[in-house]
Design a protein. Sequence first.
Length: 403
Amino acid sequence: MVRGLLSRDAAVAPFQSGRIPQLVFGAGVVEQLAERSLQWGRRVLLITGAHSFDQLDERYSIVRLIEHSSLELVEHLRVSGEPSPQQVDAIVEQLQQQPIEVVIAIGGGSVLDAAKCVAGLLPSGDSVMEYLEGVGRGKQHNGQTIPFIAVPTTAGTGSEASMNGVLSDPTAGFKKSFRHPSLTPQIALIDPDMLATLSPEKIAANGCDALSQLLESYLSTVATPFTDSLAEQAIALMGSGLLPLWESQGQDAAARAAVAYGSMISGITLANAGLGVVHGLAGPIGGLYPIPHGVVCGTLLGAANRANVKALLERAPDTVGVKKYGMIGQLMGFCKEGMDQQSCLQRVVDGLIERVDQFEIPRLGAYGIDEQEIPKILHCSDQKANPILLTEKEFGGILRARI
Ligand SMILES: [Fe+2]
């Protein structure tokens, strides 16, 4: 029986949580979309993916659901690829005079992020560049947004449960967040059956993103008992669900629920405990190169945790990070009862690397990233709340292992 690490070991230090949407989770819950949206308004802006929306099961004909309700579809916009500040600003400019009362987004993380930003900007008509972290003009958002309802069709970013929208500008070479508690969706409708039409490649890459978000926030130096208790259960579910979901090409219903739940929780834990080296590298890489976020996280997953485990065992063997890696081994089924710590941690590393190989996650080289690019990537990367500070050589070694 696996027990939570902090529930028996640590004192409860003071913490505060961020805002969490009303979570409506379960097979078929998307059919409640119209009735739930009406709590917030009647005139709808619908934002969906460009292609993924058309591939959804007929049961999820959202436009029909809206047309057969008292909702009024003011506009249906489609977003393709990872959204840019320019795209978001253009949508806001186009729609600012429209009487929109609720924004509904149905799609992967990119669609949800774009819609979240649009909902936060429509009341003011401001450019998102006023607010974008690190590259914007530093204006403080006043908290006024259009009520936003998120319906994820992938299991990866956890955007449905978080307060930030991530935007990329490949020309300027950045990937940054527009972040404010009021951007958190009012409601997230998480229907695991929507994962049934995903390709195995998307299940694998997006699932690795969610798994990495859970591991990074669990291992984070600012994790709390609140985030740990959420992460531990979700890591166990991702450990048991992701491989069967990929093997069954989305047809294993129990695996769909496990992975959809894990992804949703990863959005809460990352918002409340931060992330580590995988996302410290994935942000800049996503801004500099045309590589999907899930693929970056997936490709770095094994190498990053190998670097972490090695550094922790060498320089900080008695820290909570080592204990947590042991817990991850138990939660994900990599370690047997009674296994010594060193062997268990090696099994965690080997298990994650095997998973990445099995999923055939592409290497960075497949997207034109070679050895010469490493200094440029490292220059704009950071280690966020990683459980140990890696040396420049160790940090760069994660990239070198996946070129
Ligand atoms: Fe991510």
